[in-house]
Design a protein around this ligand. Structure first.
Ligand SMILES: [Zn+2]
Length: 324
């Protein structure tokens, strides 16, 4: 076997460039495609079939204010260690459809194409997965940030899932729908509060509010996970002898916040509480060896958590499987 050395790699490159200099055939080069395949991914928990539906990605400008309790050079180093650019954070969005056999349940609803030019493909990916929005029976919401609720309605206010019951955490509803709380927010935060009223205002009577530790759909249990927002909720999904956790926004991009669970992101309402919740859930996933799904994990947004230090973890993404 030829040993792969820098020298013979360079020799190969020289041959390639000499070949490139030869007259080209008349065959035209294939045009570049410039698009990806439809982004949905299926897996099973017991008898349940789960489909991860990707909505796209947001490249968020970040600076020294993004992590409130770590020096900016430490954040930049973490990004460089993860081979990310240091001024922009990739924030993917992935929802989860759970077919329990009795119900088709959607957990969070993506951006509705209303947040970033690089996101908004939920609808086309759902269609590619063979799911009609009319088939969704139940929608579970983890929290009220726009990337989780905007998909309930189009920008013009039309309902996207006409046959679905919408269930939200009672604590989240109480926090966001309180006009007194809205009045106390800084001006920059007001659009998110007005957005909650835009999405839920005229359907308020039909929205069901649930408490923690309730079976909110067959085999799906709500778990309070406060900090990111006061009512932020994660979901345990169990079927047969298998279970998993849908972690919502317990962590943002795992390359930063699973690796550094003590960091307080500026997007967490209560950074210290979010960190406590995060560590408790990551520890539980580690001890129980549970599969987890994270709304802002790289697609297909599921994997296992491993412990890498006393206060650090890492995500081991699932290996793509060609069949269920
Ligand atoms: Zn989010």
């Amino acid at each position: 076997m030829t040993e792969l050395t820098r020298r013979n790699l360079l020799a190969g490159a020289a041959v390639a460039s000499a070949t490139a200099a030869l007259p080209q055939s008349t065959q035209a080069a294939a045009p570049v495609a410039g698009t990806q395949a439809a982004a949905f991914y299926r897996y099973k928990i017991g008898s349940y079939e789960l489909t991860a539906i990707h909505d796209g990605i947001w490249l968020r400008d970040i600076d020294d204010k993004f992590v409130k309790n770590a020096p900016w050079p430490a954040v930049q180093k973490a990004m460089m260690d993860a081979h990310m650019p240091t001024g922009k954070l990739a924030i993917p969005f992935t929802t989860l459809v759970v077919n329990t056999g009795a119900k088709l349940v959607l957990i969070d609803t993506a951006t509705g194409g209303q947040l970033a030019a690089t996101a908004g493909s939920f609808g086309s990916n759902l269609a590619a997965a063979g799911i009609d929005p009319k088939q969704i029976d139940t929608i579970l919401i983890s929290h009220f940030h726009p990337d989780h609720i905007n998909g309930l309605k189009t920008k013009d206010g039309a309902i996207v899932f006409p046959n679905a019951e919408v269930k939200v955490p009672a604590a989240e509803w109480a926090w966001w729908m309180d006009d007194g709380n809205m009045a106390k927010q800084p001006e920059g935060a007001r659009p998110a509060w007005l957005n909650v009223r835009r999405v839920f205002g005229d359907i308020a009577a039909k929205v069901e509010k649930f408490e923690p530790n309730k079976e909110v759909a067959p085999g799906i249990t709500s778990i309070a996970a406060p900090g990111h927002t006061p009512g932020h909720t994660v979901f345990a999904i169990a079927s047969g002898n298998q279970s998993m956790l849908a972690l919502g926004d317990t962590t943002n991009n795992p390359l930063l916040f699973v690796r550094n669970p003590d960091w307080h992101a500026v997007i967490d309402t209560d950074g210290a509480m979010a960190a406590e919740t995060r560590k408790a859930l990551l520890e539980r996933a580690t001890v129980d060896k549970m599969l987890v799904q994270g709304y802002h994990f790289p697609f297909p947004a599921s994997g296992h958590i491993i412990k890498t230090g006393a206060h650090s973890y890492d995500l081991v993404p699932v290996l793509w499987q060609p069949s269920l």
